[in-house]
Design a binder for this molecule. Sequence first.
Ligand SMILES: N[C@@H]1O[C@H](COP(=O)(O)O)[C@@H](O)[C@H]1O
Length: 184
Amino acid sequence: KRLAILASGSGSNAEKIMEHFKNSEKGQIALVASNKAEAFVLERAKKFNVSSFTFSKKELEEGFLLEKLKTEKIDWVILAGFLLKIPAELIRAFPDRMVNIHPALLPKYGGKGMYGAHVHEAVKAAGDSETGITIHLVNENYDEGKIIFQAATPVNPDDSPEDIATKVHALEHRYFPEVIDSLL
Ligand SMILES: N[C@@H]1O[C@H](COP(=O)(O)O)[C@@H](O)[C@H]1O
């Protein structure tokens, strides 16, 4: 299967996924794409000799990305820290073959504007005793697609939002590649 990864930032998850599929028979990371020309994920793609490109929000909405994914014969789309809303047409082109990772235990702390540090600050402010990750299929509502996998980690009262982020990233890096592999 040919996989494309969409990311807007650092790409630590994308790197773990590229590492996992480096010698895989089941899946190949064929493309990395970003809406940010300065995103570090593009540097990580170079390291794995995975071809990459960038696109604007306007191009995304005008179907440029969908055409590219079709041309590249992509089977699965992986959202790994991608912050723009995916157009409905693109979601419909990959029925149950587009997955996202969210840094919290959905349905808590999901929805528009709930991403990255905002999530961990909210967990801290609420005084929750645990948080975690959610891997879900993508549908037309933010963070509301069918949940495929969740894993939790305890939150200690003296954990800072940064400590929480570190724990959550560790879960993401451990499980996201394996869960994608199990879907193929
Ligand atoms: N959606 C969220 O955005 C972050 C991306 O991190 P990275 O993979 O770019 O390091 C991850 O925490 C992911 O759950």
